[in-house]
Write a protein that binds this ligand. Structure first.
Ligand code: GLN
Length: 592
């Protein structure tokens, strides 16, 4: 097993996760089985109790693990299925060590950060690195470990110390450290400044880890003089400094890395036996994805009605899933975030400008998505958005809370159950159309939801667009994260009025997929399809929304869910260069 530790210098938020995932992507393209571990040095046991305002979305795994959103990047880039243990937090490690201490496993010894916490970290990393993540049981050969935060943070110290010891435990040829550092280019001179990087490398060395690779993050490309300076002052060879400047899309990062000799570097440093040079078609899918992304011209606007719209990371997977679908359909996505509360009548009185602006944004969108969420704030705005999409025949996709909002709206305005609501927001409602699930334990917050991968079975007696989008499969598996569900008592009335529940759980008691009769695309799902969307394999409900929003859904379904050559090549402007011979034009085929 080979390990690549990725640390960060100077400041956080410079794309360390994307750099680490790109290392994995490149090695995966060299046919090396990859896994990854993300370390978050906070005390929370997992991300389940996080507010999206602070950390962005909570990412959910197949096994129900509620983890940091960076694991989403790894799953998407590497097309793997990670486990909750692939996300290590200080909270998890301490919980593990303290449980052992309570059991008396330490035989009366004083339990200390060094060696007990640091040992637990090393054992955890080694154990998890060996677990297969490709769904076929292949043992990974390389594990990319990303250490969150920046070098020098108090919280990160036990982890840095653990890896200082780890490099000797697994031997030099099996461990390397890549340090991602900011290289600022102040506007006044435009010159790349290397001092902050020098200082953070010095700090890393002081803690006993020597970088094998320095990844410089900058706004624009860094010239050779600055690169030479970093190599000189940071005591590494010139081939150990690579520069990643801001790029039009994250899909370009692996290519820019590859052009700087990273394959050769890992091959030599970790003795990987990759044949050199890599084959001609090396990374062709990524290359063509990046090219395609950069050359899209036709624009499509999707309105996202949510309550965490100030922090874009709160909807990271939803926005990525929309992006994957838009690229596959040949459109440049314009994602319009709409604050749900602004659509409410109270805003009309308090701030009419904001109210009308929000409604204008909604009306101008080609399609609308109401994603998952919690609590009362903004709920009435989401319900209003559902009403508008239903009445004006606007393509609509509701996810989790979005499905619940659509059911409440329909109950109020079509079934005339004025008071209809979810018990999450009004426990005393006369018409609880959305109710607590029996397993919901209101006493505790973390890990008490219906979480992770569950089966949805499509009804064989109903025609369903969603089922067609899922290649007419009888059942599918998607990830969940909810405490409330549609009240089965109201289902016969809802269905009689045209709101059809075409997919259920395997016991047929939970409503999983809803479609509205007589509407071009009014679909909602109780699960979160965004977590399983991949750049080259868009999620079916998202692709459905995007295609419906650009008026192409009918043709797509009629063709048996094949994208047309025109959608694949986006050649209607006539300006696009012919694809290079090693790029198959069909590489965006939905089935890939
Ligand atoms: N708050 C709702 C529930 O718990 C929806 C959750 C979600 O959208 N993830 O059921």
């Amino acid at each position: 097993m080979k390990y690549i530790l990725v640390t960060g210098g100077v400041i956080s938020g410079i794309g360390k996760g994307v750099i680490a995932s790109s290392f994995g992507t490149i090695l995966k393209c060299c046919n090396i089985p990859i896994t990854s571990i993300k370390i978050d040095p906070y005390l929370n046991v997992d991300a389940g109790t996080f507010s999206p305002y602070e950390h962005g979305e909570v990412y959910v795994l197949d096994d129900g693990g509620e983890v940091d959103l960076d694991l989403g990047n790894y799953e998407r880039f590497l097309d793997v299925t990670l486990h909750s243990d692939n996300n290590i937090t200080t909270g998890k490690i301490y919980q593990h060590v303290i449980t052992k201490e309570r059991r008396g496993d330490f035989l009366g010894k004083t339990v200390q950060v060094v060696p007990h916490i640091t040992d637990a970290i090393q054992e955890w990393v080694e154990r998890v690195a060996h677990q297969p993540v490709d769904g076929e049981g292949t043992k990974p050969q390389v594990c990319v470990v990303e250490l969150g935060g920046t070098i020098g943070d108090i919280e990160g110290m036990p982890f840095v110390e653990a890896f200082r010891q780890f490099q000797f435990r697994v031997k030099k040829e099996n461990f390397c450290c890549a340090h991602v550092s900011l290289v600022p280019q102040p506007k006044s001179t435009g010159e790349a400044k290397t001092k902050p990087t020098q200082a953070s490398v010095r700090e890393l060395r002081g803690l006993g880890l020597s970088p094998d690779l320095i990844v410089c993050r900058s706004e624009s490309p860094i010239d050779l003089t600055a690169k030479a300076k970093i190599s000189n002052f940071c005591h590494v060879g010139p081939d150990q400094v690579i520069c990643i400047h801001d790029l039009p899309s994250i899909y370009r990062v692996p290519m820019v890395m590859e052009s700087q000799g990273i394959v050769q570097f890992f091959n030599d440093r970790l003795q990987l036996d990759i044949p050199m040079p890599p084959p001609l078609r090396f990374m062709h899918k990524w290359r063509s994805l990046a090219e395609r992304f950069d050359t899209l011209r036709r624009e499509l606007t999707i309105g996202l009605v949510g309550k965490y719209t100030k922090l874009k990371d709160a909807y990271a997977s939803v926005s990525k899933a929309l992006q994957h679908a838009a690229v596959a359909a040949g459109y440049k996505l314009h994602l319009q975030y709409i604050e749900a509360a602004d659509l409410e009548t109270t805003t009309k009185t308090d701030n009419p400008v904001q109210y009308h602006e929000a409604w204008q944004q909604l009306c101008k969108s080609d399609g609308v998505i109401v994603p998952g969420g919690f609590g009362q704030r903004g709920m009435e705005g989401k319900i209003e958005a559902c009403r508008w999409c239903r009445e004006s025949h606007k393509p609509f996709l509701g996810i989790c809370l979005g499905l619940q909002a659509a059911v409440i709206e329909f109950s109020r305005n079509v079934l005339h159950l004025q008071d209809a609501n979810t018990t999450e927001n009004n426990p005393d409602t006369l018409h609880p159309v959305v109710v607590d699930m029996p397993e919901h334990n209101p006493g505790q917050l973390g890990g008490t939801m219906r979480l992770g991968k569950r089966v949805t079975v499509f009804s064989s007696d109903m025609t369903s667009i969603v089922r067609q989008l899922y290649e007419k499969r009888d059942c599918i598996e998607e990830r969940h994260r909810h405490r409330y569900e549609v009240n089965p008592k109201y289902v016969p009335d809802l269905e009689a009025a045209g709101m059809k529940f075409v997919g259920h759980d395997s016991e047929k008691v939970r409503m999983e997929v809803m479609e509205l009769e007589g509407h071009p695309f009014y679909v909602a799902v109780q699960y979160h399809p965004e977590y399983l969307s991949r750049p080259l394999k868009p999620s079916p409900p998202f692709l459905g929304l995007v295609l419906a929003s650009c008026g192409k859904l009918g043709a797509y379904l009629a063709r048996g869910c094949q994208l047309s050559p025109r959608q694949l090549s986006d050649d209607d402007t006539g300006e696009r260069a012919a694809p290079s011979p090693d790029v198959p034009t069909c590489c965006f085929h939905y089935a890939l």
